[in-house]
Design a protein. Structure first.
Length: 261
């Protein structure tokens, strides 16, 4: 891969690092394709339990490469639709990954970089991180990343971020739910590793089930259909080998067999 590096961060943990620091890890067609391929590969790798998404250098991601966007502005509608579908597919690949995903955010996360952080299950930011949904500055809009930003911060905050393009510091990002933890820059990796350790303590099948079930949840009334879905799901999962091992490990006061030793 030319725009990414992939390495083992620890037992059961893969880190995907955007590796275009000279342009603050801005992404273009090549990086979008490589991110899609990386998450496809890691999702099917039985040795991988958790995936960390990071950016090399001082910044997480400046979002879309402006040269790529400039090319898009002169291309046909058909080309733009096909190109945007690839971006949408890549974000969906990250969001739907059956394994827990953690965004490690330092420095700037702009435009699509915010979308990448929101597509991950968990986002942990350094205290020097800042976020801007900046597309309107260039006469375009945050369309493809929009659903992920809305899911992270709610509709009204997402509209404010998109309309004003305001740059949000790490503390405000935490307050509105854009990230779930903020730490000192020199403690960022320790914070990510602590969260990864918690994730590795959970059953991998249970985590796949959580992601699949919660993807079907919407805030609002708990309908009869939702109650039936949850009842059917827990009834099915209770009978799995993983559930039996989990209860046996707890009662036997020993680590479950899925926890890396």
């Amino acid at each position: 891969m030319t725009t990414l590096s992939i390495h083992t961060r620890g037992p059961g943990v893969a880190q995907v690092t955007m590796a275009r620091p000279a342009v603050f890890n801005a992404f273009d067609e090549a990086m979008i394709a490589e991110l899609d391929a990386a998450f496809t590969q890691l999702a099917s790798d039985a040795a991988v339990r958790v995936i960390v998404l990071a950016g090399e250098g001082k910044h997480f991601s400046a979002g879309a490469d402006l040269q790529w966007m400039q090319r898009a502005s002169t291309a046909s509608v058909e080309w733009n639709v096909a190109d945007a579908r690839k971006f949408a597919g890549m974000l969906a690949r990250i969001e739907a990954c059956p394994k827990p995903t953690v965004a490690r955010v330092q420095g700037a996360a702009l435009g699509g970089g915010v979308g990448l952080a929101c597509a991950c299950d968990i986002a942990i930011a350094a205290d020097n991180a800042s976020f801007s949904v900046s597309e309107a500055k260039f006469g375009i809009l945050p369309a493809v990343i929009g659903p992920y930003v809305v899911n992270a911060v709610g509709l009204r905050q997402a509209k404010r971020l998109a309309l004003t393009t305001t740059r949000v510091a790490a503390a405000e990002a935490l307050a509105i739910g854009l990230v779930q933890q903020v730490t000192a820059l020199d403690a960022l990796d320790a914070a990510v590793d602590a969260t990864v350790k918690e994730l590795l303590a959970g059953g991998p099948n249970a985590q796949r089930e959580i992601k699949a079930l919660y993807a079907q949840m919407q805030p609002g009334p708990v309908t009869a259909e939702v109650r039936e879905l949850t009842a059917q799901t827990i009834a099915r999962v209770r009978g799995t080998d993983e559930a039996r091992e989990g209860f046996a490990a707890f009662l036997g006061k020993r680590p479950a067999n899925w926890i890396p030793q």
